[in-house]
Design a protein around this ligand. Structure first.
Ligand code: 6GU
Length: 243
């Protein structure tokens, strides 16, 4: 899989891409991550400016359409594989595990990271990217959000995790849309806190039942919105006046 990341701050990604799981996945050629400095497409030869003040007034600066559109077109020409274009913005569809799983099936994803007050609307009109948000809060730019997208997707690619099944039981994953059950390792007792007896007895049927129950209980307490029946209840609660 190939990622192309368009950003004004390519160096933000340095540490992240050279450590741990991501570094290994890149070295093993399971994923390619290409960063592109949007300033290289600036029409301003002196200062490499790519932003300007909004027509009509208002605070902040906008990233201009011409360098952004031309940057994306040039990057896409660099490989014949068509790219899924994604713009990171708090106005987008919220990232969740099904979306990460869907992205992991794409051979090529292009991530556009915004800064300042965002992009000139014509970037969206011309490039028609999918818009993705990582949650209901505001970041200083799309870079951290792009890293989160890459992180969530790369660990789903075949061969990236040691054990092919090890992401199947994770919270929100295909095998389990609920929260994970608690896990324990040695010692069996620490400061008076004992490992639940059932996990020490080796009865795999009882262990599976205990884990399913613990997972359900935790999900009920913390995230009842994830429970299958609860989804319908919530829809009701959210629109009581619309019958
Ligand atoms: Cl994708 N970008 C920015 N700037 N803020 C965000 C976000 C993205 N997702 C949540 N907040």
């Amino acid at each position: 899989m190939r990622f192309d990341i368009v950003t004004l701050f390519p160096a933000i990604f340095d540490g992240y891409l050279t450590q741990s799981l991501l570094h290994k996945a890149i070295q093993r050629q399971l994923v390619e991550i290409h960063r592109h400095d949007l300033r290289d497409w600036s029409h301003d030869p002196k200062h490499h400016k790519i932003d300007d003040r909004p027509f009509g007034g208002g605070p902040g600066m906008l990233i201009q359409a011409p360098p952004t559109v031309e940057c994306v077109e040039d990057i896409e020409r660099a490989s014949p594989v068509p790219a899924r274009r994604i713009l990171l913005t708090p106005q987008g569809r919220r990232l969740d595990q099904p979306l990460a799983e869907d992205l992991a099936t794409s051979p090529r994803v292009l991530l556009l990271c915004g800064r300042y007050e965002g992009f000139d609307q014509r970037v969206l009109d011309i490039l028609q990217p999918e818009e993705i948000s990582i949650g209901d809060f505001v970041l200083n730019g799309g870079e951290v959000a792009a890293m989160i997208v890459v992180d969530a997707v790369v660990r789903l690619l075949p061969g990236v995790l040691g054990d092919e099944l090890s992401n199947f039981d994770d919270s929100f994953s295909r095998g389990n849309r609920m929260l994970e059950f608690p896990q324990y390792t040695r010692p069996r007792e620490y400061r008076g806190h004992r490992v639940p007896e059932v996990l020490l007895e080796g009865d795999h049927g009882r262990i599976a039942a205990w884990r399913a129950e613990a997972s359900l209980q935790r999900t009920t307490q913390r995230r009842s919105d994830l429970l299958p029946d609860q989804a319908n209840t919530n829809k009701h609660e959210n629109s009581p006046d619309f019958g």
